[in-house]
Design a protein. Structure first.
Length: 120
């Protein structure tokens, strides 16, 4: 069984300790907000040519992005060649995958030959 303490323990008197201290040092510390946000917009390029799809993405999970593009285009993931390129970077979702899905839809709508779409 674990014991969980909700409140801290009160030991001593801080104000009295300050009165008898040889020296009191006061300081203020700040810790800036860590956003983990993208440094820029997510972007991707999708090219559909001769039944093969080439995907350029900055997604942190290009294999899942490849699967999503394959699903949207109605092709086997084996027909989608994913190429990872440096993107805006962040921790978590940076819309790199979403941009690839949009680029796939645009490339499909553009139609052959060599349909390609860049989405940013």
């Amino acid at each position: 069984m674990r014991k969980k303490e909700i409140e801290g323990k009160t030991v001593g008197n801080v104000e009295e300790a300050f009165k008898t201290a040889a020296r009191v040092i006061e300081a203020e510390y700040e810790w800036p907000f860590q956003s983990h946000a993208s440094m820029g917009p997510g972007c991707a390029t999708v090219e559909i040519k001769d039944g093969q799809v080439t995907l350029w993405t900055g997604s942190q999970k290009p294999h899942y992005t490849r699967d999503g593009v394959a699903n949207i285009l109605g092709v086997s993931p084996d027909n989608v060649h994913g190429i990872w390129v440096p993107g805006p970077g962040c921790y978590g979702r940076n819309d790199g995958g979403d941009a690839a899905m949009d680029a796939a839809l645009l490339a499909k709508a553009a139609g052959p030959p060599g349909a390609a779409a860049i989405y940013a």
